[in-house]
Structures are given as C-alpha cells and as structure tokens.
Write a new protein. Structure first.
Length: 221
C-alpha cells in the first residue's frame, strides 16, 4: 500500500462532461491531493473512458495529484491495464467489493479507501486496516449528493472516530471551506468536497482556501 497520501483537500467530481474534466484539473492545479471520480449514470465502458479522461487532465495539471474512482475496482483495474500509473485506485462503499478482494485485484501499490461514518463502521474498517489506505467518514452534515442513511456527525462527531481509527480519516458530507479549520482541529487527515469545488467559478482558489484553513486548524490542535 502507498504510505504517503495528501488527503488535506480531497475533491470528488459530480456529473460528467468536459466541464467536469476541466474543474477536476483546476482543482489539481490548485493543490488538491486527491481527486475521486464519482459518476453513477454512465455505463461501465463510458465510465472507464471518462475516468481516464479526468486522470489525464489531472496529471497534466498536477502530476502528484492522485486519482481514484468511486465504487468500481474493475474500472481502476481496467484503467491500469490501458494506461499504467494513470488511475491510482478505488474508493469503496460498504456494499462494494470486499476490501481484501479489491486489494488482491489491484495490487499492493493501489490506493484503497473505504466509507465509514459510525464507530461500528470504523471498528469494522480497523479489521481490514492492513488492506486500506484511508477511510472516509460522514456525513458531516446532510448532503443532497449522497444519502447514506447515517446521522450527521457534525464537528463533535469526528474526534472519537479519529481516536479509534487505524487509518487516516477524511471528513465528508457537504463540507464547505468555512468548516475546514474546525474539522482540521479534530485530527482528521483531510476533508472531501463536492459542490464547494465542482460548482465554483474558480475551483483552484477554493482548493487553496481549503489548504490554508486546514493548515490553520492543524496548527491549532
């Protein structure tokens, strides 16, 4: 597994098309360490093509930014066959392929993240910690982009999860730049943003704002 990930500003795409590609690239250019390609409406083949298109643009904008695909270990595997080193891994939900299977499929160097959001789910993630690189935990607040069915954590919900997790924790769920300093103070390794970046006129500026706020919060811990 990879040991060095910049999770401070983790951007998740929404939708597809050229504007999404350009926004992801702008976020990478602004310093986002991770881009997750999330798109629920495309066929598997179309999603593979789109993921590769995003990853190419991200690499051109910032070669050190990592790209993972949401849910689909098969897409990450196929992308690696087509263009090795372009797509770096997968983010798995609780109902996706088991982590151990995804790790066997993608190999030791792939990035694998896992969705959690409760103490019980984090404890479950700890049982497979040797096969994952980080966990996403949320929702921070209710979000229209994904209904997990879990209660919102709020800022106060993160310290207990960070304390017990064996892997870095990324806060997710309608996180806005104004939330980042407080969240960073809880010990999370980073924050995931969807609409705050994907809907921005200047995605790079939003990313830079997030990175600055995260640094302030981390210093205040």
């Amino acid at each position: 597994m990879t040991t060095e990930l910049d999770l401070r500003c983790y951007v998740i795409t929404a939708g597809h098309g050229r504007q999404v590609v350009e926004t992801a690239a702008a976020a990478a250019a602004g310093g986002a360490g991770m881009i997750q390609v999330r798109e629920k409406t495309l066929s598997t083949r179309a999603l593979l093509d789109f993921t590769i298109e995003v990853a190419r643009a991200v690499r051109a904008a910032n070669p050190i930014t990592k790209v993972v695909v949401d849910d689909h270990a098969d897409i990450a595997w196929a992308a690696e066959l087509r263009e090795p080193g372009l797509v770096h891994g997968v983010h798995l939900g609780q109902d996706d392929l088991p982590v151990i299977v995804a790790r066997a499929m993608l190999g030791a160097e792939a990035i694998i993240g896992l969705t959690t959001g409760t103490l019980e789910l984090v404890q479950g993630a700890n049982e497979v910690a040797q096969w994952i690189d980080y966990i996403g935990a949320g929702p921070f607040r209710p979000t229209p982009t994904k209904d997990s069915g879990r209660q919102p954590l709020g800022v106060e919900g993160y310290p207990p999860l960070v304390e017990i997790s064996r892997r870095p924790v990324v806060a997710i769920g309608d996180v806005q730049p104004a939330d980042v300093r407080d969240l960073a103070e809880t010990g999370v390794a980073g924050v995931a943003l969807v609409r705050a970046v994907m809907g921005a006129e200047d995605p790079g500026a939003v990313v830079r704002e997030v990175l600055s706020a995260y640094a302030q919060g981390a210093q205040a811990r």
